[in-house]
Design a binder for this molecule. Structure first.
Ligand SMILES: [Zn+2]
Length: 668
């Protein structure tokens, strides 16, 4: 049986976890959960780096013994990781005996190999960096990172012959181009190796806080040399040979891009010297910058993105970090963007789909679907393609692409409901077809939830429960359970909305009142609450169709903005049938279409590409403003405007008809 050992960097405990550290742990957790979903025996290790002079100082400032301070911080770290649902298998602290045993053993082995020698170190040391600073790296004599004056150190140190391993490292990179990802990081390290390596000091003299060198009790092992060994000591190095043989080498080290030199030069050289195999892969992720601007009404007093987990559960934050930031690159977190994605992906899209489906199954089938009666519709093909793309992305750690692919299946399921109109099938008494359509959508939602389990474990387990899955999430396997299957009876359960919509900072009515001149037919205030199972009874087409969101209550339009009927009749609204549609190249939102509005076919451009596939539009009847002056969009002349509802923060929804009248019919 295959196995997978992955680690994250261990964290200094001189401050609480922040968004950046959380990003690393969450993305590593997604990979660990994906491997488990694939049935791979997985060992996921995180931990704390405690032998830092900063930690020692911080403890003393607080009047604590260093170890007591570290105990306290461990509780804080574990609490944050639990709140973010990070599922590590083991948590190592560098002050633990098992780690100290591993450090002593490896340092001794490197010494026995003849790779250590004594020399005087004289130079600068930045305590905040915990690093020796060559003169050439200082700016006006100060640490370029901290702007502080490094300590001048003159002491007898033990040096590691790092320079000896340069050629072996270059050869390793040559033979294993996948060793360091993404490529941009590998190129940085190759430049470094080609420039040549200096030997490094691996000890600090006269210090108490650390692991003493086995052959020189007056010195402790340099904190970085000490910390790197955690990856081996966590699985028994120097203490439990059987466990070590089982898990070493690690398959994947996940680290920040700022510490690749330690993990991709020093650590492999240490392992070579100790005669141990190298880890399979190192992935250097980017940084997440927090732009802590404007707070919204719904977030209230939440200041720290990590606190968003307390308010919404961990999953919306996890999804945001995974889906919105290409893994390996830098990204931003902002409250504005977080709310927008929450509303679009979760409240309006996935959450709304789960609720509508449960409501329809309840209304038309009393919540129970028999095994699907016939061949599945086109959603089965979409699901198969999405699973393939998801797997390919996850295997190369393109986590964002994997998450994005799954939302393609969610979109397709929403479109399928709009296309097949279950409420019409019910009215027509087309029972078999109705059962088939509902079964297909349940199957698509079920598969989407299986695929998103690594990213949103708690919410997806709940979605699966509502879709009639009675096994625990950790019993599910990608091969078997992400395959299309209509062969089972399913009992669908209704529930509260998983993700209630957030009202964003600029409330809809405020916005409309303050910008009346910008009002158009497509961005009128028409906030549509997600359709929930316990929504008041409404005509089926309005409650479940994408076609007809309820009009805003009259009170939402200030009385002084009312218009006479003469103004309204100036607008020539017509039924138009879509003859052809294609995406506008270079635009995410625009679709170009040919429509028949009763006269010559005309070209229109509409901002609906995020909500509709061009192919699904052809043949459909919509409402257009036919007497609008032509406008150019991305160089294409648009003759008229397609009407769509624009839910706040959501995707546009086209207006349509139960029984389309002939093209050109007047709408009034
Ligand atoms: Zn520094």
């Amino acid at each position: 049986m295959s196995r997978f050992y992955l680690t994250t960097a261990i964290d200094y405990v001189n401050s609480r976890p922040h968004l950046g550290t959380a990003y690393e742990k969450i993305t590593a957790d997604v990979i660990a959960r994906y491997k488990r979903l694939c049935g791979v025996r997985t060992h996921f290790v995180m931990g704390n780096d405690e032998h830092s002079q900063n930690v020692y100082r911080r403890a003393r400032e607080q009047g604590l013994e260093p170890l007591a301070y570290c105990d306290q911080m461990e509780r804080e770290f574990r609490d944050v990781w639990a709140r973010l649902n990070v599922s590590f298998d083991d948590f190592i602290r560098t002050t633990e005996d098992r780690h100290r045993a591993g450090v002593s053993a490896m340092v001794q082995r490197i010494a026995d190999r003849g790779d250590l020698y004594d020399a005087f170190y004289e130079g600068s040391y930045c305590v905040s960096c915990e690093a020796f600073k060559p003169e050439k790296d200082l700016v006006d004599g100060l640490c370029p990172v901290h702007g502080t004056k490094p300590e001048w150190i003159k002491e007898k140190n033990h040096f590691f012959r790092l320079s000896k391993y340069r050629d072996a490292l270059l050869e390793h990179y040559d033979r294993h181009p996948e060793f360091l990802l993404p490529d941009v990081r590998r190129n940085e390290i190759l430049r470094l190796l080609e420039a040549g390596l200096d030997d490094i000091s691996i000890s600090r003299a006269g210090q108490l806080w650390g692991v003493p060198l086995p052959f020189d009790q007056s010195s402790v092992v340099y904190v970085w040399f000490d910390a790197l060994i955690n990856y081996a000591s966590a699985v028994g190095y120097g203490r439990d040979e059987a466990a070590f043989r089982e898990w070493w080498p690690a398959d994947l080290h996940i680290i920040g891009k700022d510490i690749t030199r330690f993990h991709c030069v020093i650590w492999p050289a240490m392992l070579m010297s100790a005669g141990l195999p190298l880890p399979g892969q190192v992935f250097g992720h980017g940084f997440v910058y927090f732009k802590g601007q404007k707070m919204s009404k719904s977030l209230g007093t939440v200041l720290d993105p990590l606190d968003a987990a307390a308010k919404f559960g961990p999953d919306p934050l996890r999804l945001y970090l995974v889906k919105e930031i290409p893994y390996g690159q830098d990204g931003d977190f902002s409250w504005e963007r977080f709310e927008e994605r929450y509303n679009v992906d979760l409240a309006n899209n996935l959450g709304n789909l789960v609720n509508r489906l449960a409501a329809m199954t309840d209304r038309y089938r009393q919540g129970s679907l028999p095994p699907s009666p016939g061949a599945p519709g086109r959603l089965a093909g979409v699901a198969e393609d999405v699973v393939r793309r998801y797997r390919a992305a996850m295997e190369t750690y393109a986590l964002h692409e994997a998450a994005f692919a799954v939302f393609g299946l969610v979109d397709a399921a929403n479109e399928y409901i709009a296309e097949t109109e279950p409420w019409t099938l019910s009215r027509q008494g087309n029972q078999e077809r109705l059962t088939q359509v509902l079964s297909d959508v349940v199957e698509a939602v079920r598969i989407a939830a299986v695929l998103l389990l690594p990213v949103m474990p708690a919410s997806c387990a709940e979605i699966l429960r509502r879709m009639g899955e009675d096994r625990a999430a950790d019993e599910l396997r990608l091969d078997r359970d992400a395959a299309w299957s209509g062969a089972r009876e399913r009992v669908i359960t209704k529930g509260d909305p998983l993700w209630p919509r957030l009202e964003t900072a600029a409330a809809v009515t405020d916005e409309a009142a303050s910008r009346p001149e910008e009002k158009t037919m497509t961005d009128q205030p028409a906030a549509r609450p997600p359709v929930t199972a316990d929504a008041p009874p409404a005509p089926p087409a309005a409650a479940e169709g994408l076609a007809a969101p309820p009009a805003p209550p009259a009170a939402a339009v200030p009385t002084d903005e009312r218009i006479p009927i003469d103004d309204f009749v100036k607008i020539d609204l017509r039924v138009a049938k879509i003859l052809a549609a294609e995406k506008v190249k270079g635009s995410r939102k625009l679709i170009k279409m040919q429509v028949d509005a009763g006269a010559e076919p005309r070209t229109l451009v509409a901002g609906i590409a995020e909500a509709y596939e061009p192919d699904a539009l052809v043949g459909r009847s919509v409402v257009i403003v036919a007497n609008l002056k032509p406008a150019k969009l991305m160089g294409i002349e648009s003759n008229g405007m397609v009407l769509a509802a624009s839910p706040e923060g959501g995707l546009p929804v086209l207006l349509g008809f139960d029984n389309p009248p002939p093209p050109g019919s007047r709408v009034k």
